[in-house]
Design a protein around this ligand. Sequence first.
Ligand code: GLC
Length: 675
Amino acid sequence: MNATTCIAISNMTPCCRMILGCKNSSIFGYSFRKCDHKTVHNLSKTQFKLCGLRGYVSCSHDKVLGYRCGIDPNRKAFFGSGSDWGQPRDFKSGCRRVNAGGRSVVNVASDYRNHSTSVEGHVNDKSFERIYVRGGLNVKPLVIERVKKGEDLKEEERRVGVNGSSVNIDDSKGLNGSKVLSSKREVSKVEKEAWDLLRGAVVDYCGNPVGTVAASDPADSTPLNYDQVFIRDFVPSALAFLLNGEGEIVKNFLLHTLQLQSWEKTVDCHSPGQGLMPASFKVKSVAIDGKIGVSEDVLDPDFGESAIGRVAPVDSGLWWIILLRAYSKITGDNGLQARVDVQTGIRLILNLCLTDGFDMFPTLLVTDGSCMIDRRMGIHGHPLEIQALFYSALRCSREMLIVNDSTKNLVAVVNNRLSALSFHIREYYWVDMKKINEIYRYKTEEYSTDAINKFNIYPDQIPSWLVDWMPETGGYLIGNLQPAHMDFRFFTLGNLWSIVSSLGTPKQNESILNLIEDKWDDLVAHMPLKICYPALEYEEWRIITGSDPKNTPWSYHNGGSWPTLLWQFTLACMKMKKPELARKAVALAEKKLSEDHWPEYYDTRQGRFIGKQSRLYQTWTIAGFLTSKLLLENPEMASKLFWEEDYELLESCVCAIGKSGRKKCSRFAAKSQVV
Ligand code: GLC
C-alpha cells in the first residue's frame, strides 16, 4: 500500500475516509500547483508575487496514516428504485485538512455512486428498458489509484502513456513530481513555456491533480469564474497530458466530475435534469465549524446557475463521454470505462439527451449558449456544434457501453439515433454552390410528406454575403436549422468536429477542409481560428446578442479568433491527410501566442488584435497549442481520436420500412448519400 495514494470509496457504506500524510498550504480557497518561477521565465514580478500568494500543494502521499469508515450523519442516504428519484440529495464530497503541529493531514471523504440508483422511464419504455443500476454492495469501490510515485513512475507511466511509444517531449517534471520521458526532439522555447504554464494551471483536490483552471492570469484581479475547472476547457489539457504519457490527472478528472453529475442544484427552486454535467467546478477549502485549524477541500460545481449566461451546459456531458473514450484509447486502460459507476454515468447522460420531447427531428434541441458559445448568439434550437458533439458522444457510447439485457435496447436507440442524425445533418445542413442554387429556386408552402423544401425555407433568406463567399468547390454545414430558418453562418467547431466524427459524408468532410483552405484569409488570417463567420453587425447584433458589449462584431463569440480551436483543426487535417495545412496554422500560432501572453481570443476581421476583454494565460489556448504539436508528432495516436464512416450504421434499420415502402427509409437514403 505504501507509495500508493487512494481516494477510497467503499461500497459498504456511504462514506469512507482515508487519512493521508500531506503538507498543504492553500490560500484563497483553492489549491494551485506550485508555480515554477525559474521556468515561467517571462512572467513579470507582479506575476511571481501573485503566484507565490496562491500557495501550492506539495504533498508526500506515500504514507497512509490511518483509515476510517463511517456514515456521515448529515447525508441523506440515497437508495431505491425510482420513488426517490429526483429527490434532493445532499451529498458532500471533501477531504479534511487537520493542521496538527505544522503537519496537515488530508482526510478524503467521497460519495462516488456508492448508492443504488435507478433511472426509470426517462427514455420512453418502448425505446429501451428501464435503466436500473443497482449499486450498493455490488458496486466495485471507486479507488483512484495514484500511479506509483517517483522513480517507480517512469516505467509505469511509460505504459499508461502511449502504449510504449516514447512521446513525452517535455523534459520538465511531470505531475506530482514524476519525471516524464525524455524528448524525442528539441523542444522549442515556446513549447517549454507552454508546458510550464499548463502545469502551473493544474488544480489539486485532496492532493491529487483533478483539472486545470480556465485561465491563470496573475495580473487579473477579477477572475470571475476563470479560476474554475471547466469541463470543455479541460479537454485539450487532458489530451496534452495523455499524449505526454500522463494519464492520472485525466482519470481523476473523469471520476470526480462523474461524482458531480449527481449533485443537486437548483435555480429558483427548479432542478436541472438528472445526468447533467456541470459547466465547471471549483475546489474550495472550507473551514470546518467549531474545529480550529481543520479545513476541508470541497468540490463546488456550477451547472450554469452562476455562470453569466445562466444556461445549462449541454456540451459538458458530451465532452465527458468523448474524453472518457480518448482516455481509454490513448492509455489502453479499458478498465475505467467498464466500471459500473462509469457505465451509469454514460447512461445518465444518454438518458438526458435521448428523452422524448416535443421534437420532430433527430437533432438535439437546446437553448442559446449551451456550448462553447455560452452566451446569447442566436444559436438556440439545433446548433451544429451540439449536434456534432452529440453524434461523437453517441459513437463513443456505442463503443463503450457494455451490452447486456439491461442495455441492449439503449444500444439500439443509440444506433438508430446515430443514423437518423447523420442523415438529417448531411441532407439538410449541407450547403455548397449546387445546394444554394437549389434553395434559390425552392418552391415554398409545400404541404405533403414528400415536400422538397421540407423546412419551408424562403429563398430570400440566402444572405447576400454568402452569394459571393461560397467557393466553386467546397462547402460546409450551416450553423442551425429550424422550420423557415437556416442560419448560414459558418461555425468552426461544429464543422471541424463533423469531420473528426464523420458526421459528414467523406465527400462533405473533404469539401469543408477545401473551404477552410480557400477561405484562409477569413477563417484563419493572423490567428487560427475564427469561432464563426461572419460577425453579426448593426441591428442584427443589437437584436440577437441583446447589445452585448463583449460580443461586438468581430470580437469574442461574434467572429473572434480562438486559438484553442487549433487542436480540433489539427485533428481534422490529420484525418483528411492534410497535416501540412495544420502545420501552417500551428506555425502562425507559435509565432504570436507566447509573445501575446497566450490570449483567450483575438479581435478584428483578421484576428490582428488581442481581444478587448480577452484573458491572458488562458489554459485552453496553451493546451490547444501543445495538443496540436503532439498530434502532429504522433499520427498514430491522432488516428485513435477520430472516426471513419461507419458502414454498419448505414446498413441496419429498425424502422421496418422496406426499400419499396411508401415512405423513404432514411437508412437507404443515408447509404445513397455516401455511395
Ligand atoms: C467563456 C467561453 C467558454 C469557456 C469559458 C472558460 O465563457 O465562452 O466557452 O468555457 O470562457 O474559458
